[in-house]
Design a protein around this ligand. Structure first.
Ligand code: AHM
Ligand code: MG
Length: 345
């Protein structure tokens, strides 16, 4: 019998710089930096990306709820309408609960921790999130966001959920947000720079659009709810005056959306400072340390910026409780240096 023709093999050469890179590919590429990486982390991330795409699709239809059915009612497709923040929370929990590497989930919407694969030997990560931040902006068609933070189980955490979850922000292994704005963008860091991906709706993929984002060292805007100014403690009122009157060599303009993700995203790209100081109603600050300030502070530092609670770096605060609040000042290097100088006086 004649020899069968040998199978010919053509070797695929991966382009060194592919023109399109999805978030999934990017996370896998980042993981290759660690010799023992198993790919579990990119699998976990796929739970986040799927959920946020579902949330983005629902946010895009938000204004239609009155004609398609209001919250609690059944819409024309036979679906029970939910409030968007409830939908976002349930979608994230369901999507993440498939991931065997996740032991615990903490959400702004839930008083208690959710055990996912807690107690299983494969459970290595806790995911902490604010499912839909800025929710007062939903009804008026203004940007909202999802914020997330991922923590690894430290040694001896197996039977101690507090030890696992209540870690300082410096221990985050990854963090980021999704901004449901004029486009949907996912911005994340795993400790090797800050990278932004824009959702391409026609193929349903987050594509790398902003690689290695660096916050300008100085920016044009300050961002704060100045309605509370009379109750801000020192040095906040004097600091805002200094910015407005040209203390850094120019006069600042004010931008305030009232959605942390959107206000920070602008600060990240354009520079400047975002503040939520202590107020009379919220003497410990309004924003939450674990799923608002920590992930944003990690991103800010990775992009060359600074984040403080007014006295200490945000990432060094040791949380006492999942829903703990903190004063928050985050932004460019020059604005934060001026803040520190004025706070030290
Ligand atoms: P939320 O989690 O209830 O949406 O509140 C958080 C939001 C942030 O997005 C934003 O920075 C802040 O609250 C705005 O608060 P205020 O309306 O007091 O300016
Ligand atoms: Mg929030």
């Amino acid at each position: 019998m004649a020899d069968a023709p040998a199978l010919e093999i053509e070797h695929l050469s991966h382009p060194a710089n592919p023109s399109l890179l999805t978030i999934q590919q990017h996370v896998m590429r980042e993981q290759r930096r660690f010799p023992n990486a198993t790919g579990e982390f990119s699998w976990l991330f796929s739970g986040l990306t799927l959920a946020t795409k579902m949330i983005a699709a629902r946010v895009r239809r938000a204004g239609l709820s009155d004609i398609l059915g209001s919250a609690g009612a059944t819409n024309v497709q036979g679906e029970v309408q939910q409030k968007l923040d409830v939908f976002a929370n349930e979608t994230l929990i369901e999507s993440l609960s498939w991931k065997e590497t996740i032991g615990l989930i903490a959400s702004e919407e839930n008083d208690r921790l959710t055990a996912v694969h807690y107690g299983s030997p494969g459970a290595k990560y806790a995911v902490v999130f604010d499912p839909l931040d800025g929710s007062s902006n939903i009804d008026v068609n203004v940007s909202v966001g999802t914020i997330f933070s991922i923590l690894r189980c430290p040694d001896g955490c197996a039977d101690d959920p507090a030890k696992w979850v209540l870690q300082p922000g410096r221990k985050q292994v990854a963090a980021g947000y999704v901004l449901y704005g004029s486009s949907t963008m996912l911005v994340y860091t795993s400790g090797n720079g800050v990278h932004g991906f824009t959702l391409e709706p026609s193929i349903g993929a987050y594509l790398l659009s902003h690689e290695n984002i660096k916050m300008p060292a100085r920016g044009p805007y300050y961002s704060v709810n100045e309605a509370y100014r009379d109750s801000f403690p020192a040095p906040y009122p004097a600091y805002l005056d200094a910015l407005r009157k040209g203390g850094l060599g120019k006069k600042y303009a004010l931008r305030y959306i009232g959605s942390l993700v959107a206000d920070f995203h602008r600060t990240l790209l354009k520079g400047g400072v975002f503040l939520y100081p202590p107020t009379a109603d919220a003497p410990g600050g309004k924003l939450r340390l674990m799923y608002e300030a920590n992930p944003i502070a990690f991103l800010a530092e990775q992009a060359g910026g600074i984040a403080t609670d007014g006295a200490k770096p945000i990432l060094e605060l040791v949380p006492d409780a999942v829903h703990q609040r903190t004063p928050f000042v985050v932004g460019s290097r020059d604005e934060l240096e001026l803040f520190h100088q004025m706070a030290a006086r």
